[in-house]
Design a protein around this ligand. Sequence first.
Ligand SMILES: *Cc1c(COP(=O)(O)O)cnc(C)c1O
Length: 433
Amino acid sequence: MSEGFRVQGIAVQELAERYGTPLYVYDGDALEQQYRGLRDRLHPAVEMFFSLKANPNLSVCTVLRGLGARAEVSSLAELVTALRAGVPAEDVIFLGPGKSRAELAACLDEGIRAIVCESPGELAVIDELARERGVTAPVMLRVNPDFQARGAGLRMGGKPRQFGIDEAQLLQDPDLAGRHPHVRLTGVHAYLGTRILDPQVVVENTTRILDLAERLSAVLGIDLDLVDIGGGLGVAYFEGEHDLDPAELTDALNPVLADFHQRHPETRLIMELGRYLTAPAGTYVTRVEYTKTSMGENFAIADGGTNHHMAAVGVGSFVKRNFPMALLSRPDAVPEGTWQVTGPLCTPNDTLGKNLALPELRPGDLVGVLRSGAYGPTASPVHFLSHGYPAEVLVHRGRDYLVRERDGVEDLLGRQPVHQELRSAPVAADRGE
Ligand SMILES: *Cc1c(COP(=O)(O)O)cnc(C)c1O
């Protein structure tokens, strides 16, 4: 009997038995391959920052740090995660449109590399917090550019947005730095979109961001210590898509970076990478509980679904496209029929895969959603129907580690105080009298 799909030689079947399902399995080798594949080729003036948003697991972050990744965080918990993963504060940047005072204060107290400021009001708060502390706050300005990215899955620039400050507003405000004496404007940030799979689009976006940074620094009189060129590098999920080839990407991108580097040899460039680093490393493993047919269609109902993997349902996309999926426990079995793989939620939207060509599924089979290491449980309604967070396992150097325990009932209920005063005897009518 085939032992099925393996991660670094360890059968997923074995992991499912040891840790239960549903389960996320991350492959440390795949993290390393993604990181090094790009790092070894990318222009040395560029520093690679891991966007924790894509996968905030502490151990995943620790492995990426071990490879040299810096950290881009967007909440207090992400900041603490990065620090506990061993990322020094000077290798952390913090961005996000709604930073609290507590978060901004933590950035200053920890001494991170830079706060990426997203609005004039935020800049005033940073200035005030820095003055109170007697420090100067390093701040990159996030710009909402006038132009739009081409070919990104989700576009950011060229539209009214809650992110960043409009390019036009900045260009009309040459005294911005002067009005904020406790802030040091250290550079410019722009992020033009996500899921980019065309190297030429990355080159085009980067060219425009570097040009924008030069224009802004001239008008605002700021030094370009840092220019954050965003990122948004994609991975192939759907039929017809192709992964970015790091060699092809860097062959096209490095000349643009080298050109800028020649003009600004002191400037450090930042690239933010979330999905690209972690997506290929993750598999969401579910177990089939029941199979049945309904009006001629085959259903396999699994113990996990979109409550742990909202991305697989393709939020907002009209034409549903499936993530790559596989029967993990019997990978050699031959497809014979079309299957709907659904989860435990009481909504028809809880469908991990539609019309999948799979072998005859049976209760007990393990069905996996591949390329699921980014925007998995962290971006899913894990509390819907009170199932809670799934377990997460990381395989690193041939060994498996439980890196997040599955939520149990008490993890959910323990956060809810019991107030005896709320209890009263049911009224007669509700007792059926
Ligand atoms: C979400 C986000 C990222 C990470 O995006 P990926 O597509 O996962 O690489 C980076 N920078 C900013 C500003 C983001 O909002």
